[in-house]
Design a protein around this ligand. Structure first.
Ligand code: ADP
Ligand code: GLC
Length: 492
């Protein structure tokens, strides 16, 4: 009997990504990079990582061996002699290649901070990926490149360029869009520095309104494209959400799929989470009350067990729609809610939230900055988590909310729409797991939170929805199976 396609051995897949939890994280991309490869392994996929040698990533590499010295083309001279290292990343439980190019990656500041050479720093990532499909490591040749976001988007372009030069197919390629708004755009005069064939700078290639566009390379040259939710896969094919690339995405609609992100249950599980003052699960929510009490004390909020506590854990960026929260807050606080935020980003928004907290310290608390353990304590100790995004490719914090019995209030967009089911009378005994609103304005957000507060005043119904949310499975096994299927399509 023929083995089912499900049981056939998986391919050698190189995951190409610029950040990875817990070593380096600026957002959900790192959570995905840290969890998806581990979920693919039990499915038989032979997966390795390729990461840029940022300081925290290099520090996390155990007993590295030098695989090769790099000789990239174009203007990447600063990387000549850079070393490709291979070793274990114990904090991630994975094996991977790290590009040790000190001139590119070992510098102070945020990982993607632009100092005039980002096109080269991230071209090197894509070029090295393509080289690993051509035997750069004689002991392991990638059969499939899986490139994530604009940082890795030149991998398919360098791969296709090598294939054209060698007149043969070298590897399959999957490109995943985590956020279409960040595309990696550079002046046309920089194209020559990338060392790609001249004709790649065309509408059927990297050219985008007279600029070089990394994201476009990924979308154009990959065999298959995915994004992180089915709804976002549809939305980005429309002019409203296509960020100028909707035409290209529509032309590739047959190659485009949406696969929801999962939750890394080794990291996000209230029953085992070491960051929490007390563990809990759906069968015994006692620990959650302890978490709330401890959180109120930690933040100086009134120690009222009955006051509904709303939270936000987020980048403070336009995408996240948090100005709606700012507009709604006076009314929500008036209605008896408490509010706590953890975030960093736009200076005006940081200042506005800080001001609000200073005016009402017993009801509103704001912590600015990035704090992983506090994110866990905040989500566990709150009753509701607000995610009113303008757009949201997938979103992870609403999934963490579901798992922690912290009901999400979300806008019906992207992955938020795909993961949260609205609570109404007719869904209370069925699928309800949170609160969903449509219009992108403070009134709609307020109305959804008011419905949530009404449910909170009915403890039995509240607990019903909470337990249902917690019982859902959002782990990575399902998504990993879908990615394996996608790899098969990309390879054939
Ligand atoms: P995005 O990637 O667009 O920022 P996601 O919801 O996919 O949104 O992922 C955000 C990730 O970053 C989550 O793991 C969330 O807990 C984390 N996060 C966001 N802001 C902070 C912060 N200030 N401190 C700690 N973790 C944060
Ligand atoms: C992006 C998106 C977010 C998604 C994350 C991981 O940062 O903004 O919605 O969850 O990538 O895929």
């Amino acid at each position: 009997m023929m083995p089912a396609i499900e049981d056939a051995p998986g391919p050698r897949v190189l995951q190409v990504c610029a950040e990875i939890f817990p070593l380096l994280k600026t957002g959900g991309l790192a959570d995905v990079a840290g969890a998806l490869p581990l979920a693919l392994q039990p499915l038989g996929v032979d997966v390795r990582l390729l990461l840029p040698g940022f300081e925290p990533i290099l520090r996390g590499l155990e007993a590295p061996v030098v695989v090769a010295t790099l000789q990239p083309p174009g203007a990447m001279q600063a990387a000549h002699g850079a070393r490709l290292l291979y070793g274990r990343l114990p904090a991630c439980g994975l094996w991977g290649y790290v590009i040790d190019a000190p001139a590119y990656y070992r510098r102070d500041g945020a990982p993607y901070e632009e100092r005039g050479d980002n096109h080269l720093r991230f071209a090197l990532l894509g070029w090295t990926a393509a080289a690993l499909a051509q035997g750069l490591d004689p002991f392991w040749r990638a059969e499939l490149l899986h490139a994530h976001d604009w940082h890795a988007a030149l991998a398919p372009a360098y791969l296709r360029a090598a294939e054209a030069a060698q007149h043969r197919r070298l590897a399959g390629c999957v490109y995943t869009v985590h956020n279409l708004a960040y595309q990696g755009m550079y002046g046309a005069h920089l194209f020559g520095e990338l060392g790609l064939p001249g004709h790649f700078y065309s509408v059927q290639g990297l050219e985008f309104h007279g600029h070089v566009n990394f994201m476009k390379a990924g979308l154009h040259y990959a065999d298959r494209i995915s994004t992180v939710s089915p709804s976002y896969a549809r939305e980005i094919q429309s002019p409203e959400q296509g960020c100028g690339l909707d035409g290209l995405l529509r032309s590739r609609t047959a190659a485009l799929t949406g696969i929801l992100n999962g939750v890394d249950t080794r990291v996000w599980d209230p029953a085992t989470d070491a960051h929490l003052p007390a563990p809990y699960d759906g069968a015994d929510l006692g620990g959650k009350a302890t978490c709330k009490q401890a959180l109120q004390a930690e933040l100086g909020l009134a120690g009222d067990a009955h006051a509904p506590l709303l939270c936000v854990v987020s980048r403070l960026a336009e995408q996240k729609g948090l100005h709606l929260v700012l507009q709604a807050l006076p009314r929500l606080v008036e209605a008896g809610a408490q509010f706590a935020l953890l975030g960093s980003g736009d200076a005006w928004m940081e200042a506005a939230f800080r001001e609000f907290a200073q005016a009402r310290p017993r009801q509103v608390a704001v912590r600015l900055g990035y704090d992983e353990p506090f994110a866990h304590r905040l989500i566990a100790g709150s009753d509701l988590i607000l995610v009113p995004s303008r757009y949201e490719p997938c979103g992870l914090t609403q999934l963490y909310g579901l798992r922690y019995g912290t009901l999400p209030v979300v806008r019906r967009v992207g992955g938020l729409a795909d993961t949260v089911a609205d609570t109404r009378l007719e869904t209370l005994d069925g699928e309800a797991t949170g609160f969903v609103f449509d219009a992108f304005d403070a009134e709609a957000l307020c109305a959804a939170v008011r419905r949530a507060l009404a449910l909170h005043r009915r403890p039995a119904d509240w607990a019903l929805v909470q337990r249902r949310a917690m019982a859902q499975r959002w782990d990575w096994e399902g998504p990993a199976r879908q990615y394996r299927q996608l790899y098969r399509h990309a390879l054939h």
